[in-house]
Design a protein around this ligand. Structure first.
Ligand SMILES: [Zn+2]
Ligand SMILES: [Zn+2]
Length: 305
């Protein structure tokens, strides 16, 4: 199954050095999920050839401008582009009011239905489930209510062990049932357990997005053992006091968190506009967690175990 992440914006607060405010596209089986929508997201979608009409779900972590100020513009362009398909938006309750007031004063009635699902910031919650993905929101620890999002693919089915099945002359039309956990009874009435007829499936893949947060344990249980962890790393560790004052994380802490929760790979982003060069942030993070990478705009990251 296709499970890829494309970074559209990697900066915090303001655009700087060619970097844009936070936004990402998760592509799962050809469906697009937009995560945060900072100013400039539309231009980034155009730059990287991603059609907004393919976006079915938008997740907004919190109401600091660098995470949502591109949203109303994007909704408006979808309207002007003749969109008819429903769009689901997940975000803090006040986001609906913000969208509605823009539409009210521009006398706009969107040509497509918007389904708004408010997030909560006091507990983990499943907010979307379909055949390809389960999405949970979970509380982060920021200056205003803020949630992260975790995307888990369903456990893949077991694989047929052809050698064993061929030896028992099991007809191939029974394979799909066996993969789902059905046992096989042969002509002598002997039961063959499905676990003896299959090979263990691959571990399911997952992606967790931690937008803006203080380094604190409140959300660690929600991101345990994730295949790819995106974590903000706004500052170098020398700015720890500033990071704590503003409810942000340092690059060193992001590495510590990835290690602690058993993440397989770490992507850091939400870089402060004070840094032209990002390599010191990466080095700091890698000193703790070697499989760390910078969130680089326009790059696609395959999510794998
Ligand atoms: Zn931010
Ligand atoms: Zn913020």
């Amino acid at each position: 199954m296709m499970f890829d992440l494309t970074i559209l914006g990697s900066n915090s607060a303001t655009p700087a050095y060619g970097r844009n405010q936070t936004s990402q596209i998760l592509s799962i089986e050809n469906r697009l999920y937009l995560i945060d929508c900072g100013e400039g997201t539309q231009l980034q979608l155009i730059r990287y050839g991603i059609k907004p009409s393919r976006i079915k779900h938008i997740f907004i972590s919190h109401l600091h401008g660098d995470h949502y100020l591109g949203l109303v513009g994007l909704l408006s362009s979808m309207h002007l582009g003749g969109r008819k398909d429903e769009l689901s938006i997940y975000g803090p309750p006040a986001l609906k009011e913000i969208i509605d007031i823009h539409l009210l004063y521009s006398d706009t009635r969107l040509r497509y239905p918007v389904h708004f699902i408010p997030t909560v910031d006091d507990e983990e919650r499943v907010i979307l489930q379909n055949e390809h993905i389960t999405v949970r929101s979970f509380p982060l620890n920021h200056r205003i209510p803020c949630t992260g999002f975790r995307f888990d693919e369903p456990p893949p089915l077991a694989k047929i062990n052809r050698d064993v099945c061929d030896e028992l002359n099991i007809p191939s039309h029974l394979f799909s049932e066996i993969k789902k956990g059905g046992d096989y009874i042969d002509e002598n009435g002997t039961i063959h357990q499905h676990t003896d007829l299959t090979l263990p499936p691959k571990a399911p893949r997952s992606y967790a997005y931690c937008s803006d947060t203080l380094n604190s344990g409140v959300y660690f249980s929600s991101i345990e053992n994730v295949s790819l962890l995106y974590h903000e790393a706004t500052f170098l560790h020398g700015m720890l006091v500033r990071a704590q004052e503003t409810y942000h994380t340092t690059a060193l802490e992001a590495g510590q968190i990835a290690l602690k929760v058993g993440a397989k790979k770490l992507l850091i982003g939400h870089f402060s506009a004070r840094y032209r060069e990002l390599s010191p942030l990466l080095e700091e993070c890698r000193s703790i967690f070697p499989n760390s990478h910078l969130a680089t705009e326009g790059r696609m990251y395959h999510i794998e175990n």
